[in-house]
Design a protein around this ligand. Structure first.
Ligand code: WT7
Length: 648
């Protein structure tokens, strides 16, 4: 980890918010922002406490807004509430009762609309189903599902009972599912026969069957019929969703839980060891997602809001389900791929539903650019009023394209920096406040106090690259890594005393704008998703022919970072057939999202004298900045390494 990072990006264009946007915005003008930000910094407990009183529905009011210091902070202690009440029930006594909560579009073109009343009925019914299957307050439930309304229903049903959901993205393999089932000690798995992706079926139930051979804690499986294909159903273990729902009552009293009761676990990659079970608790997470949805997306009742993320990632948790629903918003949920049946699908959906707020990822934007302007240009996108980006730094070219071709130079762009661990958006433009600069996530939201520091935790000056940290706690931050509190403290608070360390490098420019430069640890950001080099390396080494592996990222036009694997064999030589075999092996171990982009056989992996893989050298080779032969030997590396500075 290096404290001083050299930054090469120079961007001078700025885009101030339009006057008519400012006039109607939920936070408008720099003065209002400055006041809020300063107030929150000086008195975080007072600031968040007032918001929590006003914007959360409590069954018992809290005593104290904030207790303790990082990493052991507790928010809204003494209070009791229920997340499903805050997302659904609270709207039933208002005109929003019959408002669309979720407008769902399946990949094949089928649709479903759930009003808040519909959602309430189904959430209660499914909560009763879970109860009947033995789920109790505090139990963990795995959700391994396609992007169908039943996923949101299952999340809220867990929350209604005070059970903790653990969602596993449908692109993960059976092995990844059993690892997570075991770590969370999940009692029930909810899945579907399959889901649709690019016209093909993702066989989810099959993966669950394979995972259950290695998941001893799982007692019951509920299966949604989505694709209608044949799946095996084990008697007394597997049940169809529709069978169980038929007899379930639509009344289910919500379980009042403590503010700090676990709401969900979401696994994310770290630089060492197995995936980390990031734990979010109830009240703070709800407040963070609710307020940031209002502030950053300027969410209004009239909006049709669409976040294209999969609910298997934190973006979907926070900004398809918990944030928008608490705000009584109408959210679009789309099951499938952006290029199915053709590359116009997203723009067709925007035109069809008159989407006003659109939130997607830079990797998707780069794919849109590649597919050509004629796709979006075929559709009427004039309903759009705000655009968002998340997952990785957005390159200025992609930002400008988004601004011109999708936003017609009219829509503000919010480039939102946050993490699975932060629960909610931390650094982002406010659309009625901030003059944006392409490529910068700009400034911290009220209540967020970031800094750029060196390895000693000392603040750095303007344009000095360093480590991105948080100096103050915030309500939606993770509370622990499930079952491993020591790792939680070490990972996020162990390097810099008293500061939350995000793992990103960044700089602040002369105007105080933050420019995130990417991860400084051994974590790849592939298509906006975190993958640890270590996990891919151990997947490779688990193949019988592999002796050693080193995995690095390299610049990739669409995915941001591609996965390059240097592999040393136990014996013999590598060939294309073995490359294909290793690729399939990694996919089986982790899932399709970890598919290597390039595999290079090497006679040895270069290491420093202390035994660390020389990643910087390998990264340069992977990026084509250093040329080596087909089969690289240690001697080749030694020559290269000598030509450059030291690696450590
Ligand atoms: C990492 C978090 C937040 C939901 C999706 C990813 C990178 C995220 C930005 C942004 C620059 C960004 C960071 C961060 N990242 N958003 N707007 N600009 N970098 O969640 O999988 O927990 O990954 O994604 O490196 O640490 P995640």
């Amino acid at each position: 980890m290096s404290g001083n990072i050299h930054s090469v990006l120079q961007e001078t264009r700025t885009f101030p918010p339009a006057a008519d946007f400012v006039r109607q915005a939920n936070i408008s003008g720099d003065e209002q922002y400055q006041k809020l930000w300063q107030r929150a910094k000086d008195d975080p407990a007072g600031f968040w406490g007032e918001l929590a009183k006003e914007h959360l529905v409590w069954s018992k009011p809290f005593d104290k807004a904030l207790e303790g210091t990082m990493p052991e902070t507790k928010w809204f202690t003494g209070g009791k509430l229920n997340a499903s009440v805050n997302c659904v029930d609270k709207h039933l006594t208002t005109w929003r009762k019959n408002k669309a909560a979720i407008i769902w579009e399946g990949e094949p073109g089928d649709t479903r609309v759930l009003t808040y009343q519909d959602l309430h009925r189904e959430v209660c019914q499914f909560a009763n189903v879970l109860k009947k299957l033995g789920v109790k307050t505090g139990d963990r439930v795995t959700l391994y599902m396609p992007m169908i309304p039943e996923l949101a229903i299952a999340m809220l049903a867990c929350a209604r009972l005070g059970a903790t959901h653990s969602i596993i993205f449908g692109g993960f393999s059976a092995d990844a599912v059993s690892d997570r089932n075991n770590d969370a000690k999940a009692k029930v798995v909810v899945t579907a026969d399959g889901g649709w992706r690019r016209g093909k079926e993702v066989p989810l139930k099959k993966a669950v069957d394979d995972s259950l051979a290695k998941s001893p804690t799982v007692e019951k499986v509920v299966v949604v019929r989505r694709t209608g294909s044949d799946v095996s159903m084990v008697p007394d273990r597997d049940y169809w969703w529709h069978d169980l729902m038929k007899d379930a009552s639509s009344e289910c009293d919500p379980v009042e839980v403590d503010s700090e009761h676990p709401l969900y676990i979401l696994y994310t990659s770290g630089s060492t060891g197995k995936p980390k079970g990031v734990l979010h608790t109830t009240a703070g997470y709800l407040l963070g997602t609710q307020m940031t949805s209002k502030w950053v997306f300027d969410l209004k009742d009239e909006d049709t809001y669409w976040c294209t993320a999969d609910i298997g990632w934190v973006t979907g948790h926070s900004y398809i389900v918990y944030g928008p629903l608490q705000n009584g918003a109408t959210a679009i949920m789309y099951e499938g791929a952006p290029n199915w049946p053709d590359e116009g699908r997203f723009w067709e959906i925007i035109e069809k539903y008159k989407v006003s707020i659109f939130y997607t990822a830079p990797t998707a934007i780069r794919a849109f650019i590649k597919w050509g302007d004629h796709w979006p240009n075929k559709f009427d996108l004039s309903s759009l009023r705000l655009l968002g980006s998340v997952g990785e730094p957005i390159n200025p070219e992609a930002w400008m394209w988004y601004h011109k071709v999708i936003g017609a130079e009219r829509c503000p762009i919010v480039d939102t920096w946050w993490q699975t661990e932060t629960g909610a958006i931390m650094i982002s433009p406010l659309p009625g406040v901030t003059a944006t600069k392409p490529g910068s996530c700009t400034k911290p939201l009220p209540g967020i106090v970031p800094d750029i520091v060196n390895e000693k935790g000392e603040s750095l000056g303007p344009n000095q690259g360093g480590l991105l940290v948080m100096r103050q706690p915030w309500p939606s931050m993770l509370r622990t890594l499930y079952g491993d509190h020591a790792r939680f403290k070490e990972t996020y608070f162990g390097k810099l005393q008293g500061l939350y360390f995000a793992g990103d490098g960044a700089r602040k420019d002369e105007d105080g704008y933050i420019w995130v430069m990417g991860r400084v640890d051994d974590v790849l950001n592939v298509a906006g998703h975190r993958l640890s080099t270590m996990e891919v390396e151990s997947a490779l080494v688990s193949h019988p022919k592999v002796a050693e592996a080193a995995v690095v990222g390299f610049p990739h036009d669409i995915k941001g970072e591609g996965i390059c694997c240097f592999v040393t064999l136990k014996q013999g030589e590598g060939n294309d057939a073995l490359k294909a075999e290793l690729t399939a092996h990694v996919r089986k171990q982790i899932g399709a999202l970890a598919t290597p982009d390039s595999i290079r056989f090497a006679a040895a992996v270069p290491k420093t004298r202390s035994g660390k893989i020389m990643r910087r050298l390998l990264r340069d080779i992977a990026a084509g900045k250093e040329q080596v032969g087909d089969t690289t030997t240690l001697e080749d590396y030694a020559v290269l390494a000598k030509l450059r500075d030291t690696e450590e």
